[in-house]
Ligand binder design. Sequence first.
Ligand code: ATP
Ligand code: RIB
Length: 305
Amino acid sequence: MADITVIGSNMFELTTYVDRMPVQGETLEAPEFEMGFGGKGANQAIAAARLGSDVNFITMVGDDSFGEQQLANYRANKIRPEGIGVGQGTSGVAPIFVDPTGDNRILIIKGANKQLTPAVLDAKVDLIKGSKLIVLQQEIALETNYHAIALGAQYGVPVLLNPAPANAHLNIEEVSKVAFFTPNETELATLTGMPTDTLDEIKAAANHLIALGVGNLIITLGSKGALWVTKGHAEIVPGKKVHAIDTTGAGDSFIGSFAHYYTQGEDVATALRHANEYAAVTVTRRGTQKAYPTAEELAALKQAE
Ligand code: ATP
Ligand code: RIB
């Protein structure tokens, strides 16, 4: 049995590094372009696998050349193949624009990810049973995630739901059933309808969800790290100071590495500290998955500090 079952999206990324975004009607030359593998589900699965977790990834690629490249990428990263389906039509694609400060703008075209339905999960339910954690994001249909949450409850597997990208239609009833809910500040505001501009406001919005039944709320705070909230307890786990050049996929590296450390037996606070360290490395490098270190690389980087 795999340690972690990630259920979610994969995207083929087309990343343009811009000096500035063009205005309406303007054609502008950009200095650089790169292709790479991404998608929130895939990123989280790859981060956990590179750290040494045994990972099932339930996803759908298209029957195109991007899909073939995705399959090769999962093989190279030792993701178990059983969960990966080949659907019809184009794979998910993500045009990304990164500015000189490292901030990004992302479009996603779901493509074959739309074919990841509740019925696909039923067909692959044996992969879910016996996992230590199910990891979900929101680049697939909400119904599929709700079904995954129900399967987790049925087979006693805790669920981590990363509500990214934000979706105001996410049913709060479903959120209350998960063991770990991991929004960033913006996603927390979208979901609760409460402001999240200050730490006190973030705590108030978090406690609103805790009162509804969420076990652990982990709010990512960019360079500031993460806030961990449970009933009657709130703790900042500080981020690591680094020079960020590209933050694309930082949240995914944080979630995937947290899932790894937690399922390896670390307590939540320690796993969060290690996830901050892992994600900090990824923002110092360009790209999404290509920025994610293996366990060996991470150890070498720490030794060199
Ligand atoms: P994204 O959508 O860009 O993937 P996000 O909004 O989901 O990110 P963030 O809160 O920006 O998530 O970042 C996730 C984690 O990555 C943080 O909790 C932190 O550990 C790390 N991180 C992000 N930005 C930085 C930074 N500038 N310096 C150090 N660590 C960072
Ligand atoms: O979270 C970053 C990810 O969102 C990128 O990999 C991009 O592909 C989109 O899915």
